[in-house]
Write a protein that binds this ligand. Structure first.
Ligand SMILES: Cc1cc2nc3c(=O)[nH]c(=O)nc-3n(C[C@H](O)[C@H](O)[C@H](O)COP(=O)(O)O)c2cc1C
Length: 176
């Protein structure tokens, strides 16, 4: 099954999270993972995918303009219903804990629902999530004074999301 991960990132934090998600997906048997920065991501690759995960830095509590501009290229695919029933999930990073992690993720989910996609979050039975995660996807706080791009917790959560999305997509592709 094919998993497409597309992200915006200026300072590398969201890119590091995207890489963790990709690593998590790659651990699932049969997963082919496509990891793309928005500058290299082609919307016409999406119809061939089983799962699509997109993410960005939170900008003023919502989607960064870079990723939003990319999402706004999906009109033709929407008109043709090309993304209906694809598994979807979202991620983001912000600089501060209450700087809009959840609002950004909810905003990232909205266009997926317009496309007819099936949203996968992270449930509480994933230990990393129950302790320090979120149910809407993966949102990681990356303080600007931090020495690392992504915390160990962020890495674990990213891998958990990637694994879960690939597992769910695998179930659907098996049953077809
Ligand atoms: C225009 C702009 C708006 C931002 N707005 C917020 C915000 O509302 N809340 C927050 O916590 N961080 C905000 N940030 C910080 C980024 O979300 C944060 O540094 C993020 O981890 C950067 O990801 P990147 O390294 O992948 O670019 C903003 C940054 C920029 C450039």
């Amino acid at each position: 099954m094919k998993v497409y991960i597309v992200y915006d990132s200026e300072g590398g934090h969201t890119e590091a999270l995207a890489q963790a998600i990709a690593e998590g997906s790659r651990g699932v048997e049969g997963a082919e993972v496509y990891l793309r920065h928005i500058n290299d991501a082609d919307v016409y690759e999406l119809p061939d995918m089983d799962a699509i995960i997109w993410g960005c830095p939170g900008h003023f509590g919502t989607i960064s303009s870079g990723l939003k501009a990319w999402i706004d290229k999906l009109g033709y695919l929407w008109a043709q219903g090309k993304l209906i029933d694809k598994v979807g999930a979202v991620f983001c990073t912000t600089a501060t804990t209450h700087g809009g992690v959840e609002s950004t993720m909810l905003n990232l989910i909205t266009p997926m629902l317009h496309q007819g996609m099936m949203i996968v979050g992270l449930p509480g039975n994933i230990p990393a999530n129950a302790l320090y995660g979120s149910y809407y996807g993966v949102g990681v706080t990356c303080p600007v004074e931090g020495s690392e791009l992504l915390t160990q917790q962020g890495l674990e959560l990213g891998m958990a999301l990637g694994e879960r999305v690939a597992q769910v997509a695998r179930k659907f592709t098996k049953e077809q």
